[in-house]
Write a protein that binds this ligand. Sequence first.
Ligand code: ZN
Length: 311
Amino acid sequence: MKNFKIIILAGVVFALISALSYADKAAKIGSQETAVNDISSQEPKLATNDTGKPNIQGQWTQGALLVGKTHPSTRVLLGDRKIHVDSRGQFVFGLGRDADPKQTLKLIYPDGQSSSFEYQVTQRKYDIQYVEGVAQKYVAPPKEVSERITRDNVQIKKARATNRDEDQYSAGFTWPLLGKITGVYGSQRVFNGVPKRPHFGLDIAGPVGEPVYAPAPGIVSLAHDDMYYSGGTLIMDHGQGVSSTFIHLSKVTVKEGDKIERGQKIGEVGATGRATGPHLDWRINWFEQRLDPYLLLPPMPTDMPTEHLAQ
Ligand SMILES: [Zn+2]
């Protein structure tokens, strides 16, 4: 029992250290938000800027969302993957947690000519997070729930696959909840001593019932009260494959198809599914690629209510 407590304590200390080191980066990362914000106000430009490279806003780093502008009739490929270019020539793409250090962007212009551009992607180092006290049924799910898990995954996959010709992501993101950051993107998870898949969300602690607000406008593409791992689950589509997923909610207060404005209440904090305590787990995807919400946020406002800091 004593060892068990020490492990929990170590976990808590580790989480605190991660949260603090993240806070340090806040200023730096926050400056990126403006880059993304500027996009929608820019006039569509031709493929290249003065340096000969396409106009791309965002950082070439693992977990980042990047936005580009070109001529609407240009075809764009990231590696061999086609990227949708909208009627204004805007396109968006994301770099996954383990994106290769070298990426190639190919532009095929309306006249049939093409150019390729190489980019270096910053390789990140991810934390290892030890989580104890997870109910065993979530670490090794019993056979009889496997069908339910498969069903949940199919729905989530479908919601994230939608490619709506909108760019609601380009006005930038705001905090859906203010509170202590207890989990970060990319960290390797070890549940009750068993190594599991990395964690892709940004975990923000908050009491059960605390409102969760839309970080950007969009359409609700999935609203589910009780998924096996994620509990109350909500997915918002921000356009062109960019989506937000909010999990462990105690309540989902919007329905599928609802049009949501930034700052609108969409649900309430909970501890449903595989969660050890009440918090919001917020994820951002570009289709199936999982991105880091923290890279898209301004620093957390300092005038947040103090009861959140005390936890
Ligand atoms: Zn989480």
